[in-house]
Design a protein around this ligand. Structure first.
Ligand SMILES: [Zn+2]
Length: 428
């Protein structure tokens, strides 16, 4: 089986399990059910699909023969069950932040085999240089794992920017001017000769929470939830009925520049009172430094005098040690994030909000402040069963989610079925 057997297609509507049970996508449907719910036996799949037992058996045998499935090692007395052959190939997941790059080698279940990371400067460094690093890191990881490029199924990247998903490039990134419309996907596809998928980092993190993190149990992976990334920038990933909602142009969830009522803090986007400018990581660092210099916070003054850069972790330490200004800063940031999320809750009525990103280092009181603010400003019905909790994955979510982005695409119904047909042609 070769990675080149897969193509990027118009697959987003086909992964929802709602596809008609026509012959051409049946293998893909069965494979998707095993990806989502495996290990499973034939009876489980008959029950979930309503297909005839003989049909299911035939497709399972073919999926085994082509190497996409394997037998789970059965415990004594248990029936044979099948799962994804996670070692039949690999994918590369890339998480790009404004200041940090992480590249992970993942198996076909998006589990991280190995990873490397390095500090970068996306504002100053041109895309060619950063993407050159991505290539070098991926090759290094392949070498360390003893894998050849023919087993690479695809590369996924999360960028801290609005992304045109179908074109695979960033669009008007507010802080990375050199990246505007740079053809990231095609640049990397030339090097890797496999499919490359590029999405906004927050969407990618939402995929990781859906499959592996805090949202994994939400209504059998068909739930609707919001992932909010709180860091230097603030953004949200919207998952509706188990699928990422990107909007008309890929800008859905860009909540960092929604205005906070009555605030006039200037934002780098040119407006005033934007959530990011009031409550984001850079804003907090500036507020902490001001509090240190003005003497409002003895704790922060001490930290600044010892040469420490103001950070969420320092503010959290100050709050834990009883410094009132630190506590006020983190509660205020959480309240602003919650104010904007309340608007989304009223509009969208999700079952779950997962909070991720660097500001989670502010601790439980920050999450609690977000929660309080949402509850105060949302309608009772919208918050009746709403859960607000911290990400279960944090840093790992970026690379794992990028791997899942690839796997969802290359294992779309259509691609799996196409692979089956090619296999049949070869063996027939
Ligand atoms: Zn703004």
């Amino acid at each position: 089986m070769f990675a080149s057997d897969f193509e990027k297609g118009a697959t987003m509507n086909e992964t929802g399990g709602e596809a008609p049970a026509n012959v051409s996508t049946t293998a893909g449907r069965i494979f998707k059910i095993i990806r989502d719910h495996g290990p499973l036996n034939g009876t489980d799949i008959v029950r979930r699909t309503g297909l005839a037992k003989s049909t299911v058996s035939a497709y399972l045998e073919r999926l085994l023969a082509v190497g996409l499935l394997r037998d789970e090692i059965p415990s004594a007395g248990k029936r044979r069950r099948l799962k994804v052959a996670e070692s039949a190939g690999y994918v590369v997941g890339v998480a790009m932040g404004q200041s940090h790059l992480n590249v992970a080698l993942c198996d076909l279940e998006a589990e991280i085999i190995d990873s490397v990371g390095e500090s970068v400067d996306l504002v100053k460094d041109p895309p060619e240089k950063i993407l050159g690093l991505v290539i070098a890191f991926a090759r290094e990881l392949e070498k360390r794992a003893g894998l050849g490029p023919s087993a690479l199924f695809g590369v996924g990247i999360g960028l801290p920017s609005p992304v045109d998903y179908s074109e695979g490039f960033p669009v008007s990134p507010p802080v990375m001017p050199g990246w505007d419309r740079f053809p990231v996907a095609s640049f990397l596809a030339r090097e890797f000769t496999c499919p490359v998928f590029v999405d906004n980092d927050v969407n990618v993190m939402a995929l990781a929470e859906r499959d592996k993190g805090a949202a994994a149990g939400v209504a059998d992976r068909k739930g609707s939830f919001i992932l909010v990334k709180t860091g230097t920038g603030i953004g949200a990933g919207l998952v509706i009925d188990g699928e990422i909602y990107r909007g008309a142009k890929g800008a859905a969830g860009d909540i960092g520049h929604i205005g906070i009522d009555g605030d006039s803090t200037p934002c780098r986007c040119g407006n005033t009172g934007c959530l990011e400018a009031v409550a984001g990581g850079r804003a907090l660092a500036a507020l902490a430094e001001a509090a240190a210099r003005s003497g409002r916070s003895a704790f922060l003054a001490g930290e600044l005098a010892s040469g420490a850069a103001m950070s969420p972790a320092i503010i959290a330490r100050g709050a834990a040690s009883g410094d009132e200004e630190c506590l006020r800063l983190l509660i205020s940031s959480g309240a602003c994030v919650g104010e904007v999320l309340a608007k989304l809750v009223n509009f969208f009525n999700p079952t779950l909000i997962v909070v991720s990103g660097g500001l989670t280092r502010l601790g439980d009181r920050f999450i609690a402040s977000i929660r309080e603010s949402i509850y105060r400003r949302s309608t009772p019905l919208a918050t009746a069963d709403l859960i607000v909790k911290e990400s279960a994955l944090l840093e790992k979510g970026g690379t794992m989610g990028a791997a899942i982005l690839v796997l969802d695409e290359v294992f779309s119904h259509r691609n799996v079925s196409k692979l089956m047909r090619r296999f049949d042609d070869q063996s027939g």
